[in-house]
Design a protein around this ligand. Structure first.
Ligand SMILES: Nc1nc2c(ncn2[C@@H]2O[C@H](COP(=O)(O)OP(=O)(O)O)[C@@H](O)[C@H]2O)c(=O)[nH]1
Ligand SMILES: [Mg+2]
Length: 375
């Protein structure tokens, strides 16, 4: 294989009907890139076909692997090979013509030392051809959930058609990649974002395969699990879950102390001023539950070591008061203005207040900790 700037890595598993045609379609593009086929010992003989072509074409190489270990592992092996050979840009591409060869030149051009390029289905101009309605819904929903869970900015987070600068592989460690299968693509774009690489998307028309079979069946659950565990490892997600647990516990604390205070107040002072006593009981339970919530969030959720506890506590109370106002305001708007049922008002108001409390406490009250969330 000639030393070249760009390497296109194509993992294959039973792609005999596609590979020969794809390799000549790439050749016709005249982009001067080399190609590495990574075959997992395909039972249909794709590996042998690849070997034959590579003997004729100096721009084509093959990596034969012993057994099917998944898309992610095949890519890791291919990228490592390419790094060792000194390529500057590395492309991931499927063997089934879903990724248009016409986009290759554009992607290589857009890719630079600090920019990862995605051939994207979900930006303006991007299209999907040949997918049934339900496959489209499944894929775009999975894409959306993945983006939300991992806060990925790239619109096509599950895209498999990408061009990476070698600097990206030098910065991350390919041995630390967790995904062996389809979640690999998600993990890669997440790593690019987390490591400060720019993400550029160029629209492509994704065409469903006409020959051979998709290998995605049975992979979906595995990939979803990995996305969830990646999300669970993100400090921001962990903090949010902890914050919600603290919130739930202290709602109970709030109720408990409200009843205790109301009972003892009415026992001592009688029920003549019941409304006033209730308000006092509510204030007492708010102070107690907010303080306990502050302690739990300081120690557990945000692990704050800020010595200025009084100041933190005051900030926490200001945020909590704001949360209460938002809670009642949203509830009022939803029920009285929009006219929805109380239960919807309750749910949306609680969600809005929780979000407000979380974001403000994270960015303001306990902000001395945010430094460490990049890990
Ligand atoms: N080497 C290798 N390639 C794989 C494996 N699983 C899928 N592929 C290849 O990865 C690409 C994408 O797979 P495909 O079945 O088209 O997935 P889909 O487009 O999501 O249905 C194709 O080129 C497959 O041949 C695997 O376990 N090992
Ligand atoms: Mg495919």
């Amino acid at each position: 294989m000639a030393r070249n700037m760009t390497l296109i890595v194509i993992p294959t598993y039973n792609e005999r009907e596609n590979l020969t045609r794809l390799l000549s379609a790439i050749k016709k593009q005249n982009i001067g890139a080399d190609v590495l086929v990574v075959d997992d010992n395909s039972p249909d003989g794709t590996g042998k076909i690849a070997r034959k072509i590579s003997q004729k074409e100096k721009r084509v190489g093959v990596l034969h692997r012993k057994k099917k270990e998944g898309l992610g592992k095949a890519y890791v092996a291919g990228f490592k090979w390419g790094m060792k050979k000194g390529y500057e840009k590395l492309i991931s591409m499927d063997a089934d013509f879903s990724h248009p060869v016409e986009a290759l030149r554009r992607m290589i051009k857009l890719c630079s030392a600090d920019t990862v390029v995605t051939g994207s289905r979900y930006v303006k101009g991007g299209k999907i051809v040949g997918w049934s309605w339900d496959r489209y819904v499944n894929s775009s929903t999975a894409n959306l959930i993945t983006r939300l869970l991992l806060s990925i900015k790239t619109k096509d987070a599950t895209a498999g058609f990408k061009c990476y600068p070698v600097e990206f592989f030098e910065k991350i460690s390919l041995d630390k990649i967790r995904a062996s299968g389809y979640a690999f693509q998600v993990e890669m774009i997440m790593l690019a974002q987390d490591n400060g690489f720019k993400s550029v998307e160029t629209p492509i028309t994704f065409v469903d395969r006409k020959a051979g079979e998709s290998k995605i069946q049975g992979e979906l659950v595995k990939s979803a699990k990995l996305v969830f565990s990646l999300a669970a490892e993100r400090e921001a997600t962990r903090q949010f879950v902890k914050f919600c647990i603290v919130g739930a516990i202290n709602t109970l604390v709030d109720w408990l102390f409200f009843f205790l205070a109301r009972t003892s107040l009415t026992a001592a002072l009688g029920t003549r001023n019941l409304q006033t006593l209730k308000q006092i009981a509510k204030a007492i339970s708010f102070i107690i539950s907010a303080t306990s919530s502050y302690i739990m969030n300081r120690k557990w959720t945000f692990r704050s070591t800020n010595p200025r506890v009084a100041r933190e506590l005051i900030q926490f109370f200001i945020v909590a008061t704001g949360g209460l106002i938002i809670n009642s305001l949203v509830f009022y708007l939803i029920t009285a203005q929009v006219g929805w049922r109380d239960i919807f008002g309750l749910v949306i108001a609680t969600a809005a207040a929780t979000l407000w409390n979380f974001v403000l406490n994270k960015k303001w009250t306990f902000k001395n900790r945010t430094r460490l969330t990049l890990e």
